[in-house]
Design a protein around this ligand. Structure first.
Ligand code: ATP
Ligand code: MG
Ligand code: MG
Ligand code: MG
Length: 476
């Protein structure tokens, strides 16, 4: 089943059951606590928080998501992309646990002829929060899942809150057994590559008080109105329904890998390392196009820096694969071709997207060679002095003068057996930012380099990009 059909069926199934179809929001979150949208529930947050009364009781969407913290997983696990699409169904004080579980089961297991996805029920494994007896009972007694295919997990994976006082509640996840080819048996609690997580059901049931992190907070009581928030990874379901080994081999990403093969002559399947590079290229180029499509431009702060890092990493992986000239134009073209079917606004905006992407490639290629020389020299100097840590000021110089995002320096240093003094790097970055701020204030005119910063600061409060993971939570 093609990705487009998976998406159509999703929307139709829930629309037929009284859900209002809500189009994907932009990746640029309308939310001061987030740089980019990491989950389908984000556009509905004001409803869940009770700040705004929802205009419907039920909604369904397929939301564009970016999770930069997953960047390290890309190409290495079979199932993490920096960009992916989260299919979600939502209930605002309407149906709750049993309704959500019944819908999920019906859609996954109904035959393809009947509008479902036709998954074999015997391959589905369920996890519930360890104290959620109710969810376990529904899966076992109402749906009829054998007790040995229901596993209880702790708060880490199976409890949801926004990290602040407000709604919270247990989750229940549906996982698909891909068989012994993917490793030892034992269920999702022991093997998440074999028993791949496809769908997370969040039961917003309680109100939490203030407290630390994901696990330490008091439960103040039941919410007056209970909500449902779910998220199914479209690419993960596509991987299963298309019978491929990983999400990069599904229809919309495979063509990008094939283009990279055409441009470099490196066949997919030739070697582990080059396969990882091909997957990284496909994932990162798609993410870049989707970000540019939503109005992000490459820069040194905030969202612009996320885009820059991802795009430069794609370009560098193309060079590792052997490309010597520009490649971005053709890669963007193939992404537009496949993603444009579901997001036609990308095609209307083609000219601008290409211009932004090509300019970034040109800027990077201009400094890549010189920067690589500087890095190589710094690496030899460090090694000659018996050290194993590249100094922070070198990483800063590479960033500031040669346009090397920090993870590029980290990756290139690691390839030569060195780590990098990241704290030193960040200290210098902070100093520079403060200098720039002071300058701008003194002149009362804009400092050129501050425009990207201001853009983010304006929309994101005081959010300044200080590394992955600390500004972007995984919300579903
Ligand atoms: P995982 O444990 O596999 O990292 P998760 O628990 O972080 O997934 P959720 O936050 O529960 O994921 O998101 C809901 C669904 O979105 C997941 O069940 C999965 O199908 C999909 N999903 C999450 N992260 C990614 C990703 N990086 N790439 C593709 N799909 C994803
Ligand atoms: Mg995750
Ligand atoms: Mg998980
Ligand atoms: Mg999950």
């Amino acid at each position: 089943m093609e990705s487009a059909e998976i998406r159509r069926r999703w929307l139709r199934f829930f629309e037929e059951r009284g859900h209002t179809v809500v189009p994907s929001a932009s990746l640029i979150a309308d939310d001061p606590t987030l740089l980019l949208v990491p989950a389908g529930m984000v556009p509905f947050k004001p409803y869940f928080l009770g700040e705004v009364k929802p205009p419907f009781d039920r909604a369904v969407s397929v939301q564009k998501c970016v999770r930069t913290p997953d960047i390290e997983e890309v190409g290495k696990t079979t199932r993490h992309g920096t960009f992916f699409q989260m299919c979600g169904n939502f209930s605002f004080g309407d149906y709750f646990k049993e309704g959500a579980i019944r819908y999920a089961w019906e859609l996954l297991t109904a035959s393809v002829e009947d509008g479902g996805y036709g998954l074999d029920p015997e391959r589905l494994w369920i996890t519930v929060y360890e104290q959620d007896d109710e969810a376990e009972r529904i899966w076992r007694d109402v749906i009829g899942i054998p007790a040995e295919r229901i596993q209880r997990l702790g708060m880490g994976p199976n409890y949801w809150s926004m990290g602040v006082p407000g709604p919270c509640g247990p989750c229940s996840e549906i996982n698909y057994d891909r068989g012994p080819e993917f490793g030892e048996e034992g269920g999702p609690a022991v093997n998440d590559e074999r028993y791949v997580e496809i769908w997370n059901l969040v039961f917003m049931q309680y109100e939490r008080g203030p407290g630390e992190g994901k696990e330490n907070f008091p439960i103040l009581g039941e919410l007056p109105s209970k909500n449902i928030d779910t998220g199914l990874g479209l690419e993960r379901l596509a991987m299963i329904l298309q019978g491929v080994h990983n999400m990069y081999e599904t229809d919309t990403l495979r063509v990008v890998m094939d283009k990279a093969t055409e441009l470099t002559g490196v066949a997919y399947g030739a070697a582990h390392d080059s396969d990882v590079s091909l997957r990284v290229v496909a994932d990162h180029m798609r993410t870049s196009v989707m970000l540019i499509g939503d109005g992000v431009t490459p820069g040194n702060e905030g969202r612009g820096y996320v885009l820059r890092r991802i795009m430069r990493r794609a370009i560098r992986n193309m060079r590792i694969l052997g490309a010597t000239g520009p490649v971005v134009g053709e890669l963007v073209d193939v992404v537009l071709k496949t993603m444009g079917q579901q997001y036609p606004e990308l095609l209307t905006d083609r000219k601008r997207i290409e211009t932004v992407a090509l300019a970034e490639e040109a800027a990077f290629l201009k400094t890549l060679k010189a920067g690589t020389n500087i890095l190589d020299t710094a690496v030899s100097d460090t090694k000659a002095a018996g050290g194993s840590v590249l100094p922070g000021d070198k990483a800063f110089l590479l960033h500031d003068t040669w346009g090397f995002p920090i993870d590029l320096t980290l990756e290139m240093a690691a390839e030569q057996g060195l780590s990098v003094d990241e704290d030193g790097f960040r200290r210098l970055m902070k100093e520079q930012r403060e200098r720039a701020k002071a300058d701008a204030k003194a002149k009362k005119t804009g400092h050129a380099d501050m425009s990207a910063y201001r853009e983010v600061a304006d929309t994101s409060g005081s959010t300044v990009f200080t590394g992955y993971g600390d500004t972007e939570g995984e919300s579903t």
